[in-house]
Write a protein that binds this ligand. Structure first.
Ligand SMILES: Cc1cc2nc3c(=O)[nH]c(=O)nc-3n(C[C@H](O)[C@H](O)[C@H](O)COP(=O)(O)O)c2cc1C
Length: 193
């Protein structure tokens, strides 16, 4: 059976830990999942600012790593198959570039490829408050089939720790990737979707 191939990109929005946690889970979940990671320059800074991790650790969680400046990377072409791309966290800058077709780096290019090839694209934006420009960009992308999954954890599962809030969002991303997970307690009380 062909491996599932998922591109995970981290950009410079707050919430680097969401991307790190997703990569940790994906690296443990199933050997049949190949993970490609791209980390923007701003995201490298945010990882250092917000977490105790070094970007080298984050890269070590993936099977392949590409620089956001690498326009010749295989993922830049629609002929290179991947199943889904997740941008987590997604800055308003990157979201705006995707919404307007301005592929000035490999992360935006991957998103563009996912859209043109009708593959799953999940964006996890983090910003507050939201200006009309951000809202318009998100609406535009949502109408094109992009999953806009804001980093807005719920509280109905009675989170006890920060990691419960992180896992709520990462669990929702995994749901949209079609990957079974037990990262958060569902409203029904069931563990699995
Ligand atoms: C501490 C810090 C926190 C930031 N948080 C956010 C954020 O939550 N959302 C956002 O859209 N931009 C945020 N930014 C701004 C982005 O890092 C900035 O727009 C950057 O150019 C994004 O580049 P990238 O999308 O190529 O990674 C933050 C910047 C800093 C320094």
């Amino acid at each position: 059976m062909r491996n599932k191939r998922i591109v995970v990109a981290l950009t410079g929005a707050s919430g680097a830990i969401y991307g790190i946690r997703l990569l940790e889970v994906l690296s443990n979940v199933d050997d049949n999942i190949e993970v490609i990671v791209i980390i923007s320059g701003a995201a490298e800074e945010i990882i250092r600012i917000e977490t105790d991790y070094d970007p080298s650790y984050v890269k070590s969680l993936a099977n392949r790593v590409f620089s956001p400046k690498d326009f010749t990377a295989p993922v830049a072409s629609g002929s290179y198959y991947f199943d889904a791309a997740v941008i987590i966290p997604c800055s308003m800058k990157t979201l705006g570039a995707i919404a307007n077709g301005y592929a000035n780096n490999l992360i935006v290019r991957v998103a563009e490829v996912a859209m043109k090839e009708k593959r799953k694209l999940i964006l996890v934006p983090r910003e507050t408050p939201l200006s009309p420009i951000y809202l318009e960009n998100m609406l535009k992308l949502s109408r094109l089939g992009v999953v806009i999954l804001p980093a807005c954890p719920g509280f109905y599962h009675r989170p006890k720790k920060i990691s419960d809030l992180i896992d709520y969002i990462v669990g929702k991303v995994l749901d949209h990737l079609g990957i079974e997970n037990e990262l958060f307690k569902r409203w029904s009380g069931e563990i699995l979707p």
